[in-house]
Design a protein around this ligand. Structure first.
Ligand code: NAP
Length: 247
């Protein structure tokens, strides 16, 4: 167990990749606080976790609300005793070509994906600085590295997370807090379920390993970056994408 008694916050942990992360972090011995936007999605996740849910607790949160993020982190510390690891995983898409993109499509994606990650990052900084140990992991996307037609809002939010990762890594390194990003490729989840079959075929042809990834494969990278095995790694982006983007 590589994360025994570590307290981990996973935003957007109620389903998809986030739920796979929660499951693996629990298996590694962590106590996990996870968030969703509705009580119903938290309840579903707790039911899906079965017995392992004993060490998990769900919190309703809209990451775009700064005060709510502060309050959530305070509540997690009250409930679970500390916060050692933050995984900024909550994210949405509002895809359409730029010419048709409405102001609210831009704002909601930037507010959730980028500002939301900043809100949570800021909220954990003080307690992590105090304990002189912390791990922050930002779930970005290959789309933030290579762009994608129909996703200018999403690509900007995910590229922004990479710049934020580097700047925060420089600010926090002296307090033994590392900040890294993961750039998943196409991962089977509700988010990719909506992609049309033809488009899925086209995406597959661009993936050297010729398949979509799984949430559990993202979890392997998260466990590594959350553990002492990655103590000398900060400000980096780890691509978990079947070879889709090679830097
Ligand atoms: P998903 O299945 O759509 O799940 C999204 C999660 O985020 C849910 O738990 C949802 O909560 C939560 N969420 C949505 N809006 C939120 C808000 N305003 N505040 C707090 N939580 C919110 O997505 P996914 O595919 O697992 O993706 C997870 C992360 O990986 C995202 O950041 C995504 O951009 C990134 N990613 C995904 C892929 C992929 O292929 N799937 C590829 C690259 C990167 P509710 O259940 O309450 O709605």
């Amino acid at each position: 167990m590589r994360l025994k008694d570590k307290v981990v916050i996973v935003t957007g942990g109620s389903r998809g990749i986030g739920l796979a992360l929660v499951r693996r972090l629990l298996a590694e011995g962590a106590k996990v606080a996870f968030t969703g936007t509705r009580q119903e999605s938290l309840d579903k996740a707790i039911a899906a976790l079965g017995d392992s849910a004993a060490n998990a607790k769900g919190y309703i949160l809209d990451v775009a609300q700064s005060a709510a993020c502060e309050a959530m982190v305070k509540q997690v510390i009250t409930d679970l005793g500390a916060v050692h690891v933050l995984v900024n995983n909550a994210g949405i898409t509002k895809d359409t070509l730029m010419m048709r993109m409405k102001e609210e499509d831009w704002d909601s994606v930037i507010d959730t994906n980028l500002k939301g990650a900043f809100n949570c990052l800021k909220a954990v900084t003080r307690p992590m600085m105090g304990q002189r140990w912390g791990r922050i992991i930002n779930i970005s996307s290959v789309v933030g590295l290579m762009g994608n037609a129909g996703q200018v809002n999403y690509a900007a939010s995910k590229a922004g997370m990479l710049g934020m990762t580097k700047a925060a890594a420089k600010e926090l390194a002296s307090r033994n807090i590392t900040v890294n990003a993961i750039a998943p490729g196409f991962i089977a989840s509700d988010m990719t379920e909506v992609i049309a079959e033809e488009a899925k075929k086209a995406y597959l042809s661009a993936i050297p390993l010729n398949r979509f990834g799984t949430g559990d494969e993202i979890a392997s990278a998260v466990v590594f970056l959350a553990s002492d095995d990655s103590a000398y790694i900060t400000g980096q982006t780890l691509n978990v994408d079947g070879g889709m983007v090679m830097q």
